[in-house]
Ligand binder design. Structure first.
Ligand code: NG6
Ligand code: CA
Length: 496
């Protein structure tokens, strides 16, 4: 080809893209522990969420969409890999655990990167870092970069676990090399006070599991020494994380980007900034829902002001169902009133009942998606293959991920035929049926202390969700064929 023709083609390429629709930006807002009923559009009573409600008004509100599992690490593993977490035996990770995502396999961010996207993650990670022994004083790898993110700004594990520092592009932010960081989940490090010995220092008391290192008045799981100049201040999370997300969007406004904004809220310790204290009638848990809503509003405003709204797909959802008492004494149970965190559903975080995984899910893309409500049966495991379809990406190793793009875009209400619900036992959805496998073992102590019902039962459970959305009437014996058919199907799935 002559060089003149080549230059002409290069000049025309952007025009062709414009005519056929540019690749949309994708912003995934991932809230922590937000229940189905915790947002206004789904019936929240104790708190207002005007920004989330506005997002729902200009998008689709899904009433039967699920995260991969009823806890954080497994859900996030499934979201980013398109693979069920049982395959990886993924459980809730401690803050010094190695990276759980296989670096030699395909992931959602890697696929998007290959398709021309700039990819970024801001906020809670909780997928492990490093390959065994992490040295927090150097480059911490493997991590987000090796999973496919060009940029990362992280809470490395959870807000209630050490280390209590941010990592930007896999290096601790603001670390003084003269005060190096050590982390242990076994040995008591007493550089900082420890909650077990110094309850008088705590802003919120906790059960025994969270009585490790005290930082900023909150004791955490695990022990940390050093890193004084790098410590986070929990009350600043909404501003720091939203600020980094806004900066990422602004910096990449002119090319397609994927932002995975993984909020700390509404996980514990629930520590609203003073600006949000008493903004709900439910104490700290309601106040951090309002705080989360503010963060969402900031992202939407940023997209609007950069004129990106029409060409940005915003997905708003959560990593697992709600929990009132997860350890810290913040009176969430006492102050909840008539508000129902899981909406009309039974179960919570840690539970196999619907409340464990049926989470708020909104997709907004004003240039493409018609506003409405959809009851399509959807799982976050499918986002990898579905987004892959949208961007004509090279989807790899997404063993369990199905292309359900039409349902995610509201073009059909036909979603999954079968849907796996992972918790401390397994559930399978098919049409109106919900099957839960028998789990005769006793509920572990740390779960039973939390007033949650994980769904353990000595025999199989079967519910007709059309008639009984709250899963009260076990029909397993009444419909033995359905029970055995779904039991067989679930076993097949768990063994392939
Ligand atoms: C549990 C913690 C809980 C919370 C959870 C992680 C105990 C007894 N409980 O192990 O407090 O931190 O892990 O939550 O240690 S999640 O949303 O990240 O899955
Ligand atoms: Ca969570």
């Amino acid at each position: 080809m002559s060089s003149k023709r080549m230059i002409l083609l290069m000049l025309l390429a952007p025009l062709v893209l414009l005519a056929y629709g540019q690749k949309p930006n994708i912003v995934l807002i991932y809230v922590d522990d937000l229940g189905y009923g915790d947002i206004g559009v789904n019936g929240a009573i104790g708190v207002k969420t005007p920004n989330v409600d506005a997002l729902a008004a200009r998008g689709i509100n899904f009433t039967d969409a699920h995260c991969g599992a009823s806890t954080c690490t497994p859900s996030r593993y499934t979201l980013l890999t398109g693979r069920y977490s049982f395959r990886r035996k993924a459980g809730i990770l401690q803050g010094d655990a190695p990276l759980i995502i296989e670096t030699d396999k395909g992931t959602l961010p890697k696929m998007l990167k290959e398709a021309g996207y700039t990819t970024g993650v801001v906020g809670k990670w909780h997928l492990g870092l490093g390959d065994g022994q992490v040295d927090w004083n150097g480059k911490v790898a493997p991590g987000p970069k090796e999973v496919g993110f060009d940029y990362s700004f992280l809470i490395p594990s959870t807000g209630d676990r050490v280390p209590c520092v941010y990592l930007e592009n896999q290096q601790v932010v603001g670390l003084d090399p003269k005060d190096p960081i050590t982390v242990s989940y076994r040995d008591v490090l007493d550089d900082f006070p420890v909650g077990r010995e110094h309850p008088e220092l705590l802003k919120q008391h906790t059960e025994s599991y969270h009585l490790g290192t005290v930082i900023n008045g909150y004791s955490r799981i695990g022990y940390q020494s050093g890193g004084r100049s790098a410590l986070w201040v929990d009350e600043q999370f909404p501003f720091v994380l939203t600020g980094k997300s806004k900066a990422f969007i602004t910096k990449n406004a002119k090319k397609p980007f994927f932002l995975y904004f993984s909020l700390h809220d509404i996980h514990q310790p629930r520590v609203p900034n003073i600006q949000f204290v008493e903004s709900s009638s439910m104490g700290p848990r309601g106040d951090v829902i309002a705080q989360m809503d503010w963060c969402v509003g900031q992202i939407i405003q940023t997209l609007d002001s950069l004129k990106l709204t029409e060409n940005t797909m915003v997905i708003f959802t959560s990593d697992n169902g709600p929990i009132l008492d997860d350890g810290y004494l913040d009176y969430a149970r006492e102050l909840v009133g008539n508000h129902r965190p899981a909406g009309p559903f039974r179960g919570t975080k840690y539970s196999v009942y619907e409340g464990g995984t049926r989470v708020p899910t909104i997709v907004s893309w004003p240039g493409k998606v018609q506003p409405g409500v959809s009851s399509a049966l959807l799982s976050q495991v499918d986002l990898y293959a579905s987004i892959g379809k949208l961007v004509s990406g090279n989807v790899q190793d997404a063993t369990d991920s199905q292309d359900n793009l039409s349902a995610w875009l509201g073009e059909t209400e036909r979603g999954r035929e079968y849907l796996l619900e992972e918790a401390y036992t397994f559930g399978l959805r098919h049409g109106k049926w919900k099957y839960i496998q028998a789990k005769p073992s006793p509920v572990p102590g740390w779960i039973s202390e939390k007033y949650v019902d994980p769904g353990f039962y000595p025999t199989a459970q079967l519910f007709d969700l059309d008639k009984d959305p709250y899963e009260t009437n076990n029909l397993a014996e009444k419909y033995p064929e359905v029970t055995s058919r779904l039991s067989k199907k679930l076993n097949e799935l768990l063994n392939t």
